[in-house]
Design a protein around this ligand. Structure first.
Ligand SMILES: C[S@@+](CC[C@H](N)C(=O)[O-])C[C@H]1O[C@@H](n2cnc3c(N)ncnc32)[C@H](O)[C@@H]1O
Length: 391
C-alpha cells in the first residue's frame, strides 16, 4: 500500500467505526481485524500504519465525527505530512478542499464535561497507558519475577505491582505464560487491595467479567476460602476459567446470574459474605487511554441507564453481607453520578451502613470514596468506596 492508500484505508475504517459506535455495533479493534482479514495483500507495516492513523483520529476527536474523512482531516490539520497524502492519486483520498473542516480536537465531549468529578484533569484522560502487571503470589513473588522482566519498574506503594512501557509484549514473556504475572492496571490493583480479602473468607466478586480483580482477590486469599465470581454474561465468565487455571487459582467458583433476576441466584449467599466487590458496569470514562472510542459511544441516555443499573446491583449485593461485612463499590468511571453520587444515594437508601475512610497512599478523597485519575495517579481513572454493614 502507498502511504496515501493507507490514509484512504483509515478513512474507510473510520466510516465503519463511526457507524458502529452510533448503532452499538462491534468495537474498533474488531472492525480493524475484520478489515484486514479480507485484505490479505496488506502487509504488517501497512496494518500497523493504518491502525495508527485510525487511533490518531479517534484520540483526537472528543465528539463522534460524521464521516471518516472528517475524522482524518482533523489529524491532517495538525500534521502537514498527513495532509500532503490527500493527493488524489490512485487509491488515495481526494485533496482537501479549501474550507473543508476536520473533526474538532478535544478530550471530552462537551455534554460530559460538567458531569466529570471536579478534580479530574480532563486533558490527561487520553494519555498513553503503560502496561501494568501484578505479580501472582499464588505462584511467585516480585523478587523472582522482577529479574525476568528487566524493563519493569516497581509501582510505588503496590508491593506486587510492576510497570512496563506502553505496548510491551507481555503476553510473549515466560512470566506471563507461566501465570507468574497478570496484566492489571495499578488502579485495579488498588481496588483489589481495598477489599482486604483474607484467607478463609467468603468473598463475592459480583461483576467479575473475565475476572481481572477476581484473580487478585484469589491471590490475597492465598487460595483458601470461598471466592465466587458472578456475572450475567456467560462468555465473560468463560474467559476467566483459562486465566484462573494459568494463575493456579482453581478454587474460584463461577456463578452465572440471570439478568434482572440476580437475587434468585444469590439466595444461598444471603448474609454470608465477608466481602462483596461490586465493580459495576459503567461509562468507562476512566479508561479512555486504552479505549478512546468509548467517547463516541456514550450518550446521556446510556449514562442514565448505567446509573440505574449500578444502584440496582448495589441493592441486590448488599443483603449478601454478613453483619460487619465489607461492600466495596468501584467503577472505572469519573462522573460523579456513577461515583460519589451513587454511594451517597446507597447510604440514604440503606440504614445501618457506613462508609469507611480508605487508607491508601494514592488518590484523592472524594465524597465517601477515593478518586484515582490518570493525571494524578498515573493509573486508569476509578472511583471506589468501602461500605461497612453494621454489626
Ligand atoms: C467493569 S466490568 C467488570 C470488570 C472485572 N471486574 C475486571 O476486573 O476485569 C462490569 C461487569 O459487570 C457485568 N454486569 C453487568 N450487569 C450485571 C448484573 N446485573 N449483575 C452482575 N454483573 C453484571 C458485566 O457483564 C461486566 O462484566
Amino acid at each position: 500500500m502507498t502511504p496515501s492508500a493507507r490514509i484512504q484505508a483509515a478513512i474507510d475504517l473510520l466510516d465503519a467505526i463511526i457507524a458502529s459506535a452510533r448503532d452499538g455495533g462491534p468495537a474498533a479493534d474488531t472492525l480493524i481485524a475484520r478489515y484486514f482479514k479480507e485484505r490479505r495483500y496488506a502487509g504488517s507495516r501497512d496494518r500497523r500504519a493504518v491502525r495508527d492513523h485510525v487511533y490518531d483520529a479517534i484520540r483526537r476527536a472528543a465528539e463522534r465525527p460524521e464521516t471518516g474523512r472528517e475524522a482524518m482531516i482533523g489529524v491532517a490539520e495538525a500534521r502537514p505530512d498527513v495532509a500532503a497524502l490527500f493527493d488524489g492519486s490512485t487509491h488515495a483520498p481526494l485533496p482537501i478542499e479549501p474550507g473543508e473542516l476536520g473533526a474538532q480536537a478535544g478530550a471530552v465531549p462537551a455534554w460530559l464535561q460538567p458531569l466529570l468529578a471536579a478534580p479530574v484533569e480532563q486533558d490527561a484522560l487520553l494519555g498513553r497507558a503503560p502496561v501494568d502487571v501484578r505479580v501472582n503470589r499464588l505462584k511467585s513473588d516480585p523478587a523472582v519475577v522482577a529479574p525476568m522482566l528487566p524493563d519493569a519498574v516497581a509501582i510505588a506503594g503496590l508491593s506486587d505491582g510492576l510497570r512496563l512501557p506502553e505496548g510491551y509484549p507481555i503476553e510473549q514473556q515466560a512470566a506471563w505464560a507461566d501465570g507468574l504475572v497478570e496484566v492489571q492496571d495499578a488502579g485495579s490493583q488498588w481496588i483489589s487491595a481495598a477489599c482486604d480479602a483474607q484467607p478463609g473468607m467468603t468473598v463475592v466478586d459480583m461483576c467479575a467479567g473475565a475476572g481481572g480483580k477476581t484473580l487478585a482477590l484469589a491471590a490475597a486469599m492465598a487460595g483458601q476460602g470461598t471466592l465466587i465470581a458472578a456475572d450475567t454474561i456467560r462468555s465473560r465468565l468463560a474467559r476467566l476459567e483459562p486465566r484462573a487455571a494459568r494463575a493456579g487459582a482453581t478454587f474460584i467458583e463461577t456463578l452465572l446470574l440471570d439478568q434482572s433476576h440476580e437475587a434468585r441466584g444469590l439466595e444461598s449467599l444471603r448474609g454470608k459474605a465477608d466481602v462483596v466487590l461490586v465493580d459495576a458496569p459503567c461509562s468507562g470514562t476512566g479508561t479512555w487511554r486504552r479505549n478512546p472510542e468509548a467517547r463516541w459511544r456514550l450518550t446521556q441516555a446510556r449514562l442514565d441507564r448505567l446509573v440505574g443499573e449500578q444502584a440496582r446491583i448495589l441493592d441486590f449485593a448488599a443483603p449478601l453481607l454478613a453483619p460487619g461485612g465489607l461492600l466495596v463499590y468501584a467503577t472505572c468511571a469519573l462522573t460523579d453520578r456513577e461515583g460519589r453520587g451513587q454511594v451517597d444515594a446507597f447510604l440514604r437508601r440503606h440504614d445501618g451502613w457506613s462508609a469507611e475512610p480508605i487508607d491508601l497512599p494514592v488518590g484523592r478523597a472524594h465524597g465517601e470514596g477515593l478518586l484515582l485519575t490518570p493525571g494524578h495517579d498515573g493509573s486508569d481513572g476509578f472511583f471506589f468506596a468501602r461500605l461497612r454493614r453494621g454489626a
